[in-house]
Write a protein of this length. Structure first.
Length: 124
């Protein structure tokens, strides 16, 4: 029975990875993915993967990270400053950034702006 559950989980994970990879590919057709917009891409991927209720939060995060890294490895030329910096960014910062974004979404973390900052950003 455990083998069937694991097999099913692997099938679901593979399906989600393929869906996310296709999604990020469509984004990349319109705009180059780099350090300046990778967070926006991650937010879009998190929104896409969130609909898979059978996956837990860690599974979703790991699938997003794996998909982004795979996409970057396959689509950004090797050994360029851009490829090196984005892979370092993904490895070092993205897991924590995803955790923070999810915490903000769940209202577990609330950002309070100071009065001085509110003056600079009138929409807040």
């Amino acid at each position: 029975m455990t083998d069937k559950i694991t097999e099913f989980d692997n099938l679901i994970n593979g399906e989600v990875e393929t869906m996310l990879y296709n999604y990020i590919s469509k984004i990349a057709e319109k705009t180059q993915i780099d350090n300046n917009n990778v967070i926006q891409v991650i937010v879009s991927l998190i929104q896409q993967v969130d609909s898979y209720k059978k996956l837990n939060g860690d599974d979703k995060k790991n699938i997003v990270l794996k998909t982004v890294k795979k996409f970057c490895n396959e689509n950004i030329p090797d050994n360029t400053d851009q490829s090196i910096s984005i892979i370092i960014f993904i490895d070092m910062f993205l897991p924590s950034i995803i955790d923070v974004l999810v915490s903000i979404d769940k209202r577990e973390l609330i950002l309070k702006l100071t009065k001085g900052l509110k003056g600079c950003l009138p929409c807040f």
